[in-house]
Design a protein around this ligand. Structure first.
Ligand code: SF4
Ligand code: SF4
Length: 127
């Protein structure tokens, strides 16, 4: 059966990585195991080093730790804030692989709209 191709309407190479600045990037057991293998660590070591628990009324979830970022305030600890890219792309969590779940990215469209209106191809609006 032929595979369905979608016409991707965003370009992450032209974006400063807004989605990586989400405060809650949830990771599951398989994601931690993949990151552990990538860095030659045990799963427990990877969990301790790369993640923290987020607790709310709905329960608890394991999320990636953040680092400081001059554009968004904070961003995923695996994000290279100079090159503006993921440093663990091949080992990135499932949620990062799935995003933005389709052919369009809302932030990228907002970015393009603002850059056009500001007449500045490098303009970065605050989200
Ligand atoms: S916010 Fe959208 S365009 Fe920007 S890096 Fe994430 S998926 Fe790519
Ligand atoms: S693991 Fe990579 S793709 Fe996922 S949020 Fe962190 S920097 Fe972004």
């Amino acid at each position: 059966m032929p595979t369905k191709t979608i016409n991707i309407r965003y370009d992450c190479a032209r974006c400063p990585g807004y989605c990586c600045s989400y405060p809650r990037i949830e990771v599951k057991t398989a994601d931690i195991a993949r990151l552990a293998k990538h860095f030659g660590l045990s799963d427990q070591e990877a969990q301790r080093k790369f993640t923290r628990q987020y607790r709310s009324d709905e329960g608890s979830e394991t999320i990636l730790k953040h680092r400081k970022d001059e554009i968004y305030g904070s961003i995923c600890r695996f994000f290279d804030t100079t090159e503006r890219r993921c440093t663990v792309y091949k080992a990135r969590p499932a949620v990062c692989r799935q995003y933005p779940n389709g052919a369009r990215c809302g932030y990228y469209e907002f970015l393009q709209f603002e850059r056009k209106h500001q007449d500045d191809p490098e303009f970065i609006p605050s989200a």
